[in-house]
Structure formats: structure tokens, C-alpha cells
Design a protein around this ligand. Structure first.
Ligand SMILES: *[C@@H]1O[C@H](CO)[C@@H](O)[C@H](O)[C@H]1NC(C)=O
Length: 353
């Protein structure tokens, strides 16, 4: 009798272990037996056009906390899948801990120019966004820095941030990517009562209607002049997150309806210091939001993810970047850590098609 009970317990324990492992491997991402240079297989409808780009956020720490290692793996990936990436995306929190103090702040050099090398690997532009840490200092100085160096003065910095918020068409072959970058910090109510925030800087951007009207006008005019193949939106704060900061009510209320109205179903963000892919939430007919959190540009906090968060498909709590191979039909996404290991890979079908 007691032997039977023992055996029963052993079986139950075994079953629990198997089930737990299954859940872990499903959610946490899996080791793929592929190298960093794994290439997307093109479908006939893609006419050979692929855009290669990387996404990082929460990065500027003078190269420390794995920032440099991540940067080196980005360059390695870019130059292994293609001669170089077509462009790179930064999703905010560019300089820790307090943004920059002005355009001559040495962090532009130590946390950006010296880190994302060789420059050509990262493509024509390194499109950036403003995060909340920008607003602890002089956020607008990052815009001034970008304008100054992109106008050919001094050297060829790729730090691109022509305004607090902007939209651009990025053309790669006959792919036209509509990139819309938002300034989400002014949308977060609690920041207006935060002692860490440079209130002068934040209040200047308080008028969210002005931001959205400007974005609408820019998106409309770009869409009139170009046949858009893929729409990508960027904002530092996620809509949904299984990380420490959780789901964001302000972004859900103030930004998400604008994204959906304009057909942006792919949203890239940072803020939580990990990588996540969430989807299947906030559906609009057949279109659901696809959200990538790519906040692993340097320091990452372990043990913050709630693996039971609805919509969470993959996550990675390591310093890492997101690598994207985009065609007209889909974007193939990899989470690649600071050692160059591909830790998750998934496809997002182009919601516009
Ligand atoms: C705060 O923001 C204002 C307005 O942009 C700027 O003039 C000022 O230098 C900033 N203060 C700090 C400490 O960065």
C-alpha cells in the first residue's frame, strides 16, 4: 500500500516537473541551433527586398553593464546578415541616470558615439526616441545635438532625433517603412508630481493634442506621397508589459487609440529592462496589437517578469537587442543576448496585408 502511494507521488512530481519545464520553454524563449547570421527565407511576394535593423532601449551607461557587449553583437549581426544594417532604432532612455545637461555633454561621446561602432554597421541613421530619463535632464539638448551633427557639422554622428516626436518614411529597395516615433513621457500623469523630473522640460511638452495633431499631419502627408509597405510605431513606454512597470493606463488611453486609428499594430518600446513580445491584445477586428519591449540595451533586472501575463509570448531577462528582418509580408524577429546567442525567434505577419 505505502509503496503504491510512494509511486503515485513520484509520478505526480515527475508530471509537475515536465509541465513546468514545458511552460518555461514556451514562454522564456528557447535556444535555437542557429548562428547570429541566420537569414530570413524570402517568400515570392517579397520581391527580394529585405530591411535589416536592430532595436535597443534603456542603453546609455558609458559602455558599462553590458552596453558595449550588446553593441558589439548588434554590429556583428548587422554585418553578418548583410553588408550592414539599413538603420537602427533606439526606444529611449539614452543616457543614464539623468539624461544630458546640454549639447556638449560628454555622454554623447561615451554612451553613444564610442559604443555603436563601427558606424556603418548600424546603417544610415540611428533613430532615437526620448525616454523618461531624458526628462531628468535637458531633453531638448538631444534634439539639438542630432540637428547639429546631422547637418554635417563636425563628424557624421548617426544619433537621429530631429524633434521630440517625428515620423519618417524609410525606403529600402521598394520597401517603404513608415516609422512614427512618439514622446510618451509627457503622457504619464504621475511624472507631473515627480521630484526627479525636470518640470520645465516636461511641461513644455505637456500638450498631447499638439503632439498627436503634428503626428497625424506628418503621417498623412507621408502616406499621400509614398506607398507604405509596413507601419512601425515607437514610444519609450509600453502599452502592456509583464515587467515591473506593468500595463500602462496612460499610454493605453492616450496613445493606443491613435495608433489603431492610423493602422499601427506593431509598437516597439522599452522602459522595462528586459525583452518581451506580447500580442493578441486590444484587437480591432482582425488586427491585434503586437508589442515588443526591447529595454535590454545595458543593465537588466532579473526576476521582474510575470510569466502569467496574458499576451506574453516570449521574454528574456538578459542584456540583449532585438534583430529584425523585414519584408512586405512579415517581420522576422530575434532576441539576441550580449553573448550573441539567439534566445527567441518569431514572425509577425504584416498587419497591413
Ligand atoms: C531643464 O529643462 C530646461 C528646458 O528644456 C532646460 O533649459 C534646463 O537646462 C534643464 N535643466 C537641467 C538640469 O538639465
Amino acid at each position: 500500500m505505502s509503496q503504491q502511494v510512494d509511486r503515485f507521488f513520484l509520478l505526480v512530481v515527475l508530471l509537475v516537473v515536465v509541465v513546468l519545464n514545458f511552460i518555461r520553454s514556451g514562454v522564456e524563449g528557447f535556444h535555437l541551433k542557429v548562428g547570429v547570421g541566420n537569414k530570413k527565407v524570402l517568400s515570392a511576394s517579397d520581391d527580394g527586398n529585405v530591411a535589416y535593423f536592430t532595436v535597443i532601449g534603456d542603453y546609455g551607461r558609458n559602455g558599462g553593464d553590458n552596453q558595449l557587449e550588446v553593441a558589439q553583437q548588434m554590429a556583428k549581426w548587422c554585418t553578418s546578415v548583410a553588408p550592414s544594417c539599413d538603420f537602427s532604432l533606439g526606444v529611449g532612455d539614452n543616457f543614464y541616470p539623468n539624461g544630458v545637461s546640454g549639447i556638449h555633454d560628454s555622454q554623447f561621446q561615451s554612451s553613444f558615439e564610442d559604443v555603436y561602432r563601427p558606424r556603418h554597421a548600424f546603417g544610415n541613421q540611428f533613430y532615437n526616441a526620448l525616454g523618461n530619463h531624458e526628462y531628468y535632464g535637458y531633453a531638448h539638448a538631444e534634439v539639438e545635438y542630432s540637428l547639429r551633427y546631422n547637418n554635417g557639422e563636425k563628424h557624421s554622428s548617426k544619433f537621429y532625433l530631429p524633434n521630440e516626436y517625428y515620423a519618417r518614411v524609410i525606403s529600402v529597395g521598394n520597401l517603404n517603412i513608415l516609422l512614427a516615433v512618439f514622446d510618451t513621457s509627457p503622457m504619464i500623469e504621475s511624472y507631473y508630481a515627480s521630484s526627479k523630473v525636470n518640470m520645465t522640460a516636461l511641461v513644455l511638452q505637456k500638450d498631447i493634442n499638439r503632439q498627436l495633431a503634428f503626428m497625424q499631419q506628418t503621417i498623412d502627408s507621408i502616406s499621400r506621397e509614398n506607398q507604405i509597405s509596413f507601419k512601425i510605431a515607437v514610444g519609450h513606454h509600453p502599452i502592456k508589459s509583464a515587467g515591473k512597470h506593468g500595463d500602462n493606463i496612460d499610454i493605453t488611453k492616450k496613445l493606443e487609440p491613435f495608433l489603431q486609428k492610423n493602422g499601427f499594430y506593431v509598437y516597439l518600446s522599452g522602459h522595462d529592462h528586459n525583452l518581451q513580445y506580447l500580442n493578441g491584445f486590444d484587437c480591432n477586428g482582425n488586427n491585434c496589437m503586437h508589442q515588443i519591449v526591447s529595454g535590454g540595451g545595458s543593465k537588466v533586472h532579473k526576476g521582474e517578469i510575470d510569466p502569467t501575463h496574458p499576451g506574453l509570448k516570449y521574454y528574456l531577462e538578459e542584456s540583449a537587442f532585438t534583430a529584425v528582418q523585414l519584408t512586405k509580408s512579415s517581420m522576422s524577429v530575434s532576441f539576441i543576448n550580449h553573448k550573441g546567442h539567439v534566445k527567441a525567434q518569431f514572425d509577425i505577419k504584416n498587419p497591413q496585408q
